[in-house]
Design a protein around this ligand. Sequence first.
Ligand SMILES: Cc1cc2nc3c(=O)[nH]c(=O)nc-3n(C[C@H](O)[C@H](O)[C@H](O)COP(=O)(O)OP(=O)(O)OC[C@H]3O[C@@H](n4cnc5c(N)ncnc54)[C@H](O)[C@@H]3O)c2cc1C
Length: 382
Amino acid sequence: MMIKIYDVIIIGGGFAGCGLAYHLSRANINTLLLESNHICSGTSSACAGRAQIFDSETPEYLRIVHQGYSMLPQLGEELDIDLEWELPGHITLYYSQEQLSAHQSKIDWMRKIGLSAEFVPSAEISKLESALNPMNCVGAILAQEGHLNPFKFCWGYLQSAKRLGATIKCRSKVERFIKEGNKIVGVETTNQSYYGKNIILATGAWTGFLTSKIDAPLPIFFTKAEAMVSEPLPKTVNHHIGTSGFYDSVHGNNQLVTLGVGQHRNGCLLISNAIQPATAIDRSSSAWGMPAITQKLSEFFPILKQIRITRTWSAPSPFSKDYQPIIGWLPHFENIYIASAFHLAIPTIPVFTKLIADHIQGQNQIEVSEYLEPFSPDRFFM
Ligand SMILES: Cc1cc2nc3c(=O)[nH]c(=O)nc-3n(C[C@H](O)[C@H](O)[C@H](O)COP(=O)(O)OP(=O)(O)OC[C@H]3O[C@@H](n4cnc5c(N)ncnc54)[C@H](O)[C@@H]3O)c2cc1C
């Protein structure tokens, strides 16, 4: 029997894997996607759907975020799916003058590229959110932000990839890499072996487990993040609202709860974030996290104290040693590509997955190196 050799094997069926399958298939690259569970079942299944802009840490990262964000309103049409795109905006609440001052320059960065952002004095927050109790807040920043349905985002990429000829195999966990000399020529899953010229690890929080199988451990860590959704309610929350310091907790070593709440167009509230350090992936909702989130919500929104919670979940929230994505060829291997540890995934995936597809094909090299070089895995192997 002839062995089929794919041009590219993608491991992982989250936002990154599905976005890559789409862009590679669009370029006529013979693509196989392997997912250990089902599509959008990893960290992407926990995503709140925010197209965050304000959380960009540097003007350079904001440039990438802005580019991807600008693509989102038309992406549904391109993928032939209603992504439920809307523009709720985001309010960040500050409880220390120091933190607020540190973030005020972001208002200028955003305005410089035509995005809206403004400081809101604490006395005026209730004009924006009448049900919110801002407590001893020192002020807020209201910034432009979009929202979409994260499952449709993933599904839209996947279905478009399939239409363009990609092969998708779920319940296919990659257990081992098949080596020939110094080259990885294929992978062994629970069911079958597959062969490919290039292999992309779009495996988010699981990436370190896979690279350690080929003795190339990557510094990808994760915390355990928990969230929940309420029954549908009359309109109560107008924007997405969060307390500052979320990224300190999501990248940190402490058990912490920060407020993150938004009301979906169907009336349900998406409420997060309970964060705790983790070394193993555990998808259960914890006895600490659930009450901590509801307690936080009722402090900020006393009128929501009695609401019914209909679903809770937890997922690993991956991050690299320097909190930046890891994108590029894995050093010492000719054909293993890493596409993991994404930061502000929804607005960056449309840009990064297109550039990665170009990188794999050796196309568009000036733009590829300008955008992707800072995220190369090389930085951890010097
Ligand atoms: C609570 C929460 C809320 C969030 N909200 C937002 C938000 O509002 N906006 C935003 O932009 N980002 C948000 N994020 C972050 C965002 O969800 C992630 O950055 C994004 O989903 C990462 O996608 P991914 O494809 O890289 O990883 P994943 O979705 O984790 O995909 C990796 C896939 O690889 C598969 N896999 C792993 N090992 C193997 C193997 N051996 N063989 C085969 N398959 C394998 C896994 O099953 C998984 O499906 C949130 C994260 C959390 C935890």
